[in-house]
Design a protein around this ligand. Structure first.
Ligand SMILES: [Zn+2]
Length: 306
């Protein structure tokens, strides 16, 4: 099996302001993910012949323009999946009924917006726990794709959140327990705890490289530039499923009304055209290495037969 699934979390711009502890944004930049990036993503997917799995936040798709964008993407063969109702970074700190509301609320909002029930879930900020998996299984979800067993990411996130709290500007983002680093890096069925193998829900982890388990995600690929992005992709070759996770903001830059994020996010300072070039370089390399591009739903079905 040599499959590559490219997924995109459509976290709208206010989420990034929350991560950095900034006041709520206003103006056209605040809806740039749905109003600008989504069309660029669909164009990129068309140019590269890559189907996407788009993870939408339920609260965002109540906006008619956002819903229309998803309907148009689905008509082109892209999968629409659930990224929770409100993108609560503290999902794992909520009680069971609030976790249920976040998961089921996302499913229902997306079903209302696009006319089809999503089968996949990704938690906000990659943080999950056993209750999340129990609720997903109870509600007939086919797969989860939130586990990110990446020591470099975990260490960086912990350091940044700690520094912000010391500076009196607390982030809304929360850190997962380091046990997530013990989880398999390839698709597996979760056990109890979820980072062990078992016979529960199918988990397709967010991609890390061989060896150092570096993050192979949109942020690192687009910041790396084409040459280093190809190197990162090569370090993933051989995996039965390469699950490349992007964010809508990966196809935006400061000129899209995101000037306020410039000091906080180096990726916003890189021009969209340059980031697109790095992504296309990765797609070309993987295709040359005989990877087939599929949605995460198709990947889940293939893993079940594998
Ligand atoms: Zn997100």
């Amino acid at each position: 099996m040599r499959l590559c699934a490219v997924s995109v979390d459509l976290d709208e711009i206010p989420n990034y302001f929350q991560i950095h502890g900034l006041p709520e944004p206003s103006g056209p930049g605040s809806t740039a993910v749905y109003d600008v990036a989504l069309e660029r993503l669909v164009q990129m997917a068309h140019d590269a012949s890559v189907p996407l799995t788009l993870f939408a936040i339920g609260a965002d798709v109540a906006r008619p323009r956002a819903a229309l964008g998803l309907v148009a993407a689905r008509a082109k063969g892209h999968e629409i999946a659930n990224h929770s109702r409100d993108h609560r970074y503290d999902l794992v700190r909520l009680d069971r009924s609030a976790i249920r509301d976040q998961i089921v609320g996302g499913v229902e909002a997306i079903e209302r917006a696009v006319g089809e029930r999503p089968v996949g879930f990704r938690a906000p900020g990659y943080t999950v726990n056993d209750t999340v998996f129990e609720v997903l299984a109870e509600h007939g979800v086919l797969y989860d794709t939130s586990v990110f067993p990446c020591p470099a990411y975990w260490a960086a996130k912990t350091a940044v959140i700690g520094a912000m709290s010391l500076a009196g500007r607390p982030s809304r983002s929360v850190v997962d327990r380091p046990t997530v680093l013990l989880a398999p890096t390839e698709p597996y069925h979760v056990g109890h705890p979820y980072w062990r193998r078992g016979d529960g829900l199918l988990e397709m982890p967010v991609q890390v490289t061989r060896g150092l388990r570096l993050p192979f995600i949109g942020t690192t690929v687009t910041l790396a530039g084409t040459t280093r992005a190809r190197w990162l992709a090569r370090m993933c070759l051989g995996a039965p499923l390469i699950s490349l996770e992007l964010h809508g903001i990966d196809l935006l830059d400061a000129s899209d009304g995101l000037d306020a994020l410039r000091p906080h996010q180096p990726d916003v300072r890189v021009a969209t055209a340059k980031k697109l070039a790095a992504l296309h370089a990765v797609f070309e390399l993987l295709r040359r290495e005989r990877y087939s591009f599929v949605t995460l739903r198709e990947a889940a079905e293939a893993v079940a037969k594998y």
